[in-house]
Design a protein around this ligand. Sequence first.
Ligand code: MGD
Ligand code: MGD
Ligand code: SF4
Ligand code: MO
Length: 734
Amino acid sequence: MTISTHFRTCPLCEAMCGLEVQVTDGRVTRIRGDRDDVWSKGYLCPKGTALGALHHDPDRIRVPMIRTGDQWEEVSWNTAFARCDELIAGVIERHGKDAISCYIGNPTAHNFSLGRYVGLFIGLAALPVIYSAGTVDQWPKNLTSMLMYGGMWSIPTPDVPRTDYWIVMGGNPQASQGSLLACADILGELDAIRARGGKVVVIDPRRTGTADRADEWVPIRPGTDAAFLLAMINVLFEDGLVELGDVADLIDGVDAVRAAARAFTPESVEAACRVPAATIRRITHEYAAAPSAALYGRIGTCNQEFGTLTSWLVDLVNILTGNFDRPGGIMFGKPIAWGVNSLPLPDFADGVTLGRWKSRVRGIPEVLGQVPVSCMAEEIDTPGAGQIRALVTIAGNPVISAPGAPRLDTALDDLECMISLDNSLNETTRHAHVLLPGLSALEQPHFDDLIPMWQVRSAARFTDAIFDAGDRPHEWEILTRLGAMCAGIRDADIEVDAFDDGYFAALAEAKGVDPAVAAIGSPGRGPLRLLDLQIRTGPWGDRYGEVPDGMTLQSFRDAPHGIDQGPMVPRIREIIATPNGRIDLAPDVIVADIPRLADRVARATDGLLLTSRRHLRSNNSWMHNVKILMKGKDRCTLLMHPDDATVAGVAHGDLARVSSEAGTVEIAVEVSDEMMPGVVSLPHGWGHDKAGTRMAVAREHAGVNNNLLAPVDLFDPLSNNAAVNGIPVEVVRA
Ligand SMILES: Nc1nc2c(c(=O)[nH]1)N[C@H]1C(S)=C(S)[C@@H](COP(=O)(O)OP(=O)(O)OC[C@H]3O[C@@H](n4cnc5c(=O)[nH]c(N)nc54)[C@H](O)[C@@H]3O)O[C@H]1N2
Ligand SMILES: Nc1nc2c(c(=O)[nH]1)N[C@H]1C(S)=C(S)[C@@H](COP(=O)(O)OP(=O)(O)OC[C@H]3O[C@@H](n4cnc5c(=O)[nH]c(N)nc54)[C@H](O)[C@@H]3O)O[C@H]1N2
Ligand code: SF4
Ligand SMILES: [Mo]
């Protein structure tokens, strides 16, 4: 018997926990928190302990597969690439390059190879339109950060470990562990705020696990957060509480904000928000009086009809109370290995232009290069010039995650070429002609790329693969190859290393380093070499010898439990990349949306609204095949307040029929006063009963897909982000 111990960073969520993995005779036999990890100090959640089960899952795809009709055949990598080449080249020949599109899913942001090389794929393929999970997630944040700070990924994060007053609006870190907020043991930090005499307030239609740990739960009617926040701003101005602090000299547009908030008194919004005016006034005064305060808005504030207004107002409340870019407020992370927000955005050098093109079928203007992901289905199934005929999906499951899922499910079968880079044969990838598997998390190195941009400390760790992947290609190689094919280069002519060298050289140059100098002594090729570049040209890097004792990748190899360079520091003056170097608090496009909000406030809505939720033991749609995580009671239920259940004539455990303009599902009801009246909640990421998938465990716990209820036209028109929260529904007994 051979037993070995390995250290490993969990790649599943933004908490980035350090793990200690025990392997016995080639199998993972135990995973626990690494107490010596400088960042997470031993913390972990149940998903982290399941990395072994994910790796050993018999359903995980390990060998490329080609589909003919209903039949899948395992093939060699050469055969798989040859088939991709044949399919893509065929589409280009028949319809031109512009008939190709792609969908990029969430794990791209968590994967060592994908995260670093999706940029090369996009650059090489030069597709006219790309789709991503970003428009069912954080596009409003990307837009407001682009408009105010000049960088779509320069998203400020709450300094939870140092704040005295934390408002969590539309986020549930008890389940998610933080999002656009990387903080180890986030609930432990929440407890610490209270222990040091601070306060935590949760504003959410549901009394979540986070609310249970907080001082106060403020239930709010879905989609009305922007009205609540404008009322806070109204009070800040009316009561003389505005205080810009150290950033005052960078700020324009304060008067325009004052004018915009004038009509939104707490009394004028209380009926729409279902929050008493006195509560809004009190919270505003508490917030302004706190030594430091951080207002944090997450998916509930983005995946809704007023996503942009809300995301903008979240930042504004922080800025107007002097809580911007200072400890305990909202700040910008400082990654040791620089993030994409430190690269120039040539497209927007002269400012942001929206609507540079429109979607072909619905005519929706693009925002930062994307239209709603719900457009994908109609762009595939509507004939005409520009119709999508080939689709590459990268770590995504849009048949579950996107509004308009049923139409997409049908449309995918219509494609002449569909290639999926994915580790499972699921609701989406079952439509692929070629399924190309990536490596498991334990078969590749790890160092987070995107997440440290909103990490509360500059801490990082490099961990190596535990299992040998043999001669299987890494995902960066697959992406590079696919990108080149989409550019019209035939497989036989693709030199992956040459593209990789070019990519490396371009990034080195962007960082002011001579690529020839950078190439000397760099570790190999691929993402390891890029990581080394990111560290060496990052804030503590050696700049290839210019800075004595500066960091390199080797510094991390020498520090197996990570390196911690301390908490966030004020750095807006480094971050800001707007053309005039200033922050406009009142961008015209955003202010112009306020009348739409005023209409919503005036429009009394009494009907039931549907919201989404997450669970600690799930991860979007793709971890329901892990048996140990599926133990316990059924999690895919409709949460409903007792009063609403009475009206609908359903009791706890009954099957209910939930209908919206988009569709109908049947699901068991869980009656609970953790929901505010008038709001029901379904988890997202379920609906695993489709034929032709290979996920035996998930199938036994199929649940229903809440996106069957999401109308495609319900989105935030400013950002193009889907409004999968606040969907009007009716509930009756099934
Ligand atoms: N109604 C509703 N809809 C939502 C949401 C909601 O709250 N409510 N949330 C939205 C949000 S925030 C998101 S991010 C999206 C998620 O939407 P998606 O990104 O489309 O879906 P996931 O469920 O994350 O699927 C991830 C896919 O990646 C594969 N995968 C996992 N790891 C790897 C890997 O290392 N390599 C490769 N190649 N593949 C891998 C999995 O097998 C799976 O197919 O859903 C959105 N949809
Ligand atoms: N365990 C686990 N962790 C995850 C994921 C997962 O699926 N499982 N997914 C990951 C991903 S991709 C993301 S983007 C993050 C998301 O991270 P979070 O934003 O923390 O996501 P949720 O846990 O869905 O919490 C969203 C909350 O918003 C509330 N809400 C809904 N509508 C409204 C509204 O109109 N106003 C307000 N104020 N609240 C509203 C919901 O009731 C819910 O409590 O989590 C990440 N982490
Ligand atoms: S909280 Fe859980 S899923 Fe997230 S990084 Fe830690 S162990 Fe992994
Ligand atoms: Mo997400």
